[in-house]
Design a protein around this ligand. Structure first.
Ligand code: SF4
Length: 346
């Protein structure tokens, strides 16, 4: 049974008032500090006890990979109970960094193109392990003063399905919102589309106003079931209804919805499927499609859609008035790109 940092602290120093936890969190997210001994806001005896008993970080580095372009870093991290997972740091267009965090060790969703899906689910991650990925990368950047220092965005696109670990993901997001300079529109939760959890967030007053990306991969129910085997019957119809409920319940600029569409050669990149996607979008409250050229995964037969097929697919969407963007592929030389995280190199 995982012991959270807060539980561990109480076990070591006994019950402490709320303001002490606030001081502790501020210290944990202060990149100039790297041990309990340095937290001068805490009494000396408390610092000494924590230093002896409670790890400063809930994740430790096993191995670091750097892309040839030096614009992507992939860390293999280990949890305190010895489970490895991966977390990625990517340069973004603003000359700052986006971190791609994991929310589970492995994943139960089994999307056919994804390396993580082949691992199966080992366990969900605790909120400390999720939020500490930000701390880990912040400390890493501090050790590299030649690099830009600011993490401006977080995306839940690493290992795992975040909505299958709803409470821990929510808690980690609230921690970042309170103790870092990240605003809610700088955080994106990417889901394969677990409708029960998506329904839950509509009536959850504590759900933070972050962006949501839905990994669609096809607007054809049968094709979607092939690519995402966990697709439920009538998924597309129910998703369209949900998107309108979302807009009417939470809708404003800060609750922007996006569809993610991984383009796999001769699987879901045909002109017919592009037209089907364009017709589907009109039925939803989603205004934007982000196409992602497929990143090859060892042991999978799928290949990336050719440039001409990607361009044709995008042109068809544009013709129908769909706002379409294409994600730049980064870190594929270190297996850090979307869908490639599988601990193969650890
Ligand atoms: S694409 Fe996402 S949801 Fe699907 S198996 Fe991979 S990690 Fe899980």
């Amino acid at each position: 049974m995982y012991k959270s940092r807060a539980e561990h602290i109480v076990e070591v120093v006994g019950d402490i008032p709320r303001f002490r936890f606030d001081q502790i969190h501020k210290a944990l997210f202060d990149v100039s500090l790297n041990s309990w001994n340095q937290v001068s806001t805490l009494p000396l005896n408390m610092r000494e006890s924590l230093e002896q008993e409670v790890p400063w970080m809930s994740v430790v580095l096993v191995q670091m990979f750097e892309s040839a372009q030096k614009d992507t870093y992939k860390a293999v991290l280990k949890t305190l109970d010895g489970k490895n997972f991966e977390s990625v740091l990517m340069a973004n267009r603003r000359g700052q960094w986006t971190i791609c965090v994991s929310s589970q060790i492995g994943c139960a969703m089994k999307c056919t193109f994804c390396a993580t899906g082949t691992l199966g689910l080992k366990r969900s991650m605790h909120s400390d392990e999720i939020s500490d990925q930000y701390r880990f990368w912040n400390t890493f950047l501090k050790s590299k003063p030649e690099l830009p220092q600011r993490i401006s965005n977080v995306v839940f696109m690493g290992m795992g399905e975040p909505l299958a670990n709803y409470e821990n993901v929510k808690k980690a997001i609230h921690t970042w919102l309170k103790y870092t300079d990240l605003g809610p529109t700088k955080i994106m939760v990417s889901t394969v589309g677990i409708l029960s959890q998506m329904q839950k967030l509509l009536s959850d007053p504590d759900w933070p106003p972050v962006r949501i990306a839905i990994s669609l991969h096809s607007a054809n129910q049968k094709k979607r079931e092939e690519i995402v085997p966990t697709t439920v019957p009538d998924f597309l119809k129910r998703l369209a209804v949900w998107s309108h409920d979302y807009q009417s319940t939470l809708g404003n600029r800060t609750h922007h919805l996006t569809f993610e569409y991984t383009l796999i050669s001769h699987v879901n990149d045909t002109p017919e499927l592009a037209r089907e996607l364009a017709s589907y979008i009109i039925k939803t409250a989603v205004s934007k499609v982000n196409v992602i050229p497929y990143n090859p995964v060892h042991g999978k037969d799928f290949t990336r859609a050719e440039r001409s097929r990607i361009d044709t697919f995008k042109e068809i969407l544009c013709t129908y008035g769909v706002n379409v963007t294409e994600r730049k592929t980064m870190g594929d030389d270190i297996d850090a790109a979307c869908g490639q995280l599988a601990l193969s190199s650890s």
